[in-house]
Write a protein that binds this ligand. Structure first.
Ligand code: AP5
Length: 213
């Protein structure tokens, strides 16, 4: 099963992808994580992406498509999840061409539909481990010891783009550029809408049911 998972910032794309990987051993590509790694390694691509990410804007399509193309080999296994890519219609069109070249297809485009009133709380409360990247939440999934990762003991930080003023820009970018993907995948008969308002487990159950049909 090859799927992509999309939705607004804070919808739970990363959280659900991690659970799917654990359950099914699929390959996982998150463009947000690829950019954050590039930034941490101070590569020229990372420095370019940072200019946009810090402001909450989308990284330009050619840069995003380039980084996905470089990671494509990773997708030739036993199914994959694309998390946060594509995020614009031109990216979706490029993805289709890339997949065709590699003899691959997308089976389902899973849209996580979350009430916008929940997104701000999910994003401002998110904390990420500096060492292993595990994601926590101050209300929904607090670590046992405040500020410390349960898995590796690393320290937790708040993402720069999880500050309220940046979140507003990210939500606008989502409405303008990513929301149109719903229609794109509906026309392609790949769209599946999942209600992402419930608990992490409830949302995961819904996704699992879809994957089994
Ligand atoms: P990226 O990191 O992909 O950010 P995003 O799409 O804004 O999504 P998030 O990572 O913020 O949220 P998520 O949906 O994964 O939520 P999560 O599971 O963590 O991209 C960052 C930036 O990179 C972009 O702004 C852009 O600049 C650039 N970029 C990346 N890809 C790009 C592309 N294709 N094109 C152009 N630019 C690109 O959950 C959030 C929090 O809520 C967590 O704390 C979690 O514990 C909690 N939570 C999750 N689910 C639940 C639940 N069901 N109940 C309660 N809490 C929950």
């Amino acid at each position: 099963m090859n799927i992509l998972i999309f939705g607004p910032p804070g919808a739970g794309k990363g959280t659900q992808s991690v659970k799917l990987v654990k359950q099914h051993g699929m390959s996982h590509i998150s463009t947000g994580d690829l950019f954050r790694n590039s930034i941490a390694n101070k590569t020229s691509l990372g420095l370019e992406a940072k200019k946009y990410m810090d402001k909450g804007e989308l990284v330009p399509d050619p840069v995003v498509i380039g980084i996905v193309e470089e990671s494509f080999e990773k997708l030739k296994g036993q199914g994959f999840i694309l998390d946060g890519f594509p995020r614009t219609v031109p990216q979706a069109e490029s993805l289709e061409a890339m997949l065709k070249n590699h003899g691959l297809t997308i089976d389902q485009a899973v849209f996580l539909d979350v009430n916008h009133s929940l997104l701000l709380k999910r994003l401002t409360g998110r904390r990420v481990c500096k060492s292993c990247g595990s994601v926590f939440h101050v209300y929904y999934q607090p670590p046992q010891n405040e500020g410390t990762c349960d898995k590796c003991g690393g320290s937790l930080y708040q993402r720069e783009d999880d500050k309220e003023e940046v979140i507003t820009v990210r939500l606008k970018a989502y409405e303008k550029s990513t929301n149109p993907l719903r229609e794109y995948y509906q026309l392609n008969k790949k769209l599946v809408v999942v209600n992402g308002d419930g608990s992490t487990e409830e949302v995961f159950e819904q996704i699992e049911k879809i994957l089994q049909t």
